[in-house]
Design a protein around this ligand. Structure first.
Ligand SMILES: Cc1cn([C@H]2C[C@H](O)[C@@H](COP(=O)(O)OP(=O)(O)OP(=O)(O)O)O2)c(=O)[nH]c1=O
Length: 192
């Protein structure tokens, strides 16, 4: 059976892979994300995903490595993980009453020959207009801090979302319908 590795520290990605019954090991890879900040925003998540997966693949002898990166884009600006609570509140004010885009890049690297597949999911998310006490209350829950765009659609952040167009799981951190096609290309099947 093919060994599977998830090159990510995101608990959400781990949960999503568990949800579809995959047997895998988690081995986060530490890459220098700063090197990618010059790239066009639509390309960045895929390149980051590839680097995360490839970096771990170089430490292994066999198996498949999955890497991913979620970027939240408002207009043509990225909203990365907030560094402070003030920054989180600013991001949420920006998203309030507006539409933004979530792109999750995914890469699967075959360790033995380094053959790599990449793809991405794109989801548009509409937030309702938020009151300032709601933004303060949300940031006080602590949910913002490790998440792109300063919110988690799977948590209290669900209260802000009017509608989405695209894959929900892509927003949480892994577009599962995209990933499964990539895994199948390497002979891994969930439903037989
Ligand atoms: C928009 C959004 C993001 N997120 C999370 C998913 C990702 O964990 C995080 C985006 O940061 P990433 O840099 O994609 O991932 P990470 O740093 O958590 O993990 P790693 O780099 O080791 O793979 O934001 C949610 O959980 N819910 C949401 O609704």
């Amino acid at each position: 059976m093919t060994k599977l590795y998830l090159a990510s520290s995101s608990p959400r990605r781990k949960e999503l892979l568990n949800q579809i019954g995959l047997d895998f090991k988690v081995k986060p890879s530490n890459i220098d994300e700063n090197r990618f900040y010059q790239l066009p925003l639509e390309r960045r998540p895929v390149e980051l995903a590839k680097d995360k997966a490839y970096t771990l693949a170089c430490e292994l002898t066999d198996g498949l490595v999955i890497g991913a990166d979620t970027t939240v884009i408002f207009g043509n600006k990225p909203l990365d993980k907030p560094r402070t609570e003030t920054e989180a509140k600013e991001m949420l004010s920006t998203l309030s009453g507006n539409r933004h885009r979530v792109i999750t890049g995914v890469a699967v690297v075959n360790v033995s020959d380094r053959i790599t597949l990449t793809d991405r999911g794109i989801t548009d998310v509409w937030f309702r207009k938020l009151k300032s006490f709601e933004i303060d209350g949300y940031v006080a829950t602590g949910e913002s801090m490790d998440k792109a765009g300063a919110y988690g659609i799977q948590g209290y952040g669900s209260l802000f979302v009017d509608k989405i167009h695209g894959c929900y799981y892509n927003v949480v951190g892994l577009p599962l319908s995209v990933l499964i096609k990539m895994l199948e290309a390497f002979g891994v099947q969930v439903l037989k």
